[in-house]
Design a protein around this ligand. Structure first.
Ligand code: C5P
Length: 242
């Protein structure tokens, strides 16, 4: 990693989530070009628009967090991670419950593609327990360990298998930072500036709280993308981290 995570500039810590169609994503990208460092492309936009959306973001100078949450046999996820990085993804995600061999294949596929193109090592993130699941939903899958323990256990496994870090809620960030140490990426959605609409987010932290709790990056969607002035909303969040 070129810059230690603790030394990242505030601007490089805010990932703007584009949960919309291609047309709206391009308009937002044009507005945020030269200001935001990272954009997140999730599966709805990607499966609708295809790799073209990555090319368009890269053309505008953004780093791309491609959040497709790989989960398949190792040979498949290796190929998926490799193709994603070859197409320009700088950050990818995989489900940790796919197991150590699967996570290792993601890390290797991503690194291989970057090596082939002489690119920086891509960031590989593990998904532990989806925040849409509660304790009962987790128990129904046969996991008897308490949910917070399961999150920490899977996060540890992700690091041991060579992933860069995890996606987590800001509420989990502190315990994760303690367990994973200073070099792990901890990327947290569920972030709302003071006074912003919660939309469907239930347990939120402010951008500053998330970073103070140990997040290396925050993912912010609607507070920026649905703002009357997305650039001003983005800059206000950056300023709140200064
Ligand atoms: O618009 P908003 O800021 O709520 O967007 C948050 C982004 O983070 C969305 O892309 C959403 O899919 C993602 N996310 C989340 N909660 C999680 C995991 C991902 O909100 N637990």
């Amino acid at each position: 990693m070129s810059t230690a995570l603790k030394d990242l500039a505030p601007r490089d810590r805010v990932i703007v989530a584009f949960d919309c169609g291609m047309e709206e994503a391009l308009a937002l990208a044009d507005a945020l070009q030269g200001k935001a460092t990272w954009v997140k492309v999730g599966m709805t936009l990607y499966y609708a628009a295809g790799p073209e959306v990555i090319y368009e973001m890269k053309r505008r100078g953004f780093k791309v967090f491609l959040d497709l949450k790989f989960h398949d046999i190792p040979a498949q996820v290796r190929g998926a991670a490799k193709a994603a990085v070859e197409n320009g993804a700088d950050m990818v995600t995989a489900h940790t419950v796919g197991g150590a061999d699967m996570m290792r294949a993601v890390a290797e596929g991503a690194a291989e593609a970057a090596g082939d193109f002489g690119l920086d090592a891509p960031v590989t993130l593990g998904i532990t327990v989806l925040t849409s699941m509660d304790a009962a939903a987790l128990a129904a899958t046969g996991v008897v360990r308490p949910l917070p323990e399961q999150v920490l256990e899977l996060a540890g496994q992700a690091r041991a298998a060579g992933l860069s870090g995890v996606v987590a809620s800001p509420k989990e960030a502190r315990a994760l930072r303690e367990k994973l140490g200073p070099d792990a990426y901890i990327v947290t959605p569920g972030v709302r500036p003071k006074g912003a609409a919660l939309n469907d987010q239930k347990r939120v932290a402010t951008p500053r709280e998330a970073i103070e709790n140990g997040a290396s990056h925050i993912v912010v969607g609607r507070p920026i993308t649905k703002a009357d002035d997305p650039v001003a909303a983005f800059e206000a969040i950056v300023a709140s981290l200064e």
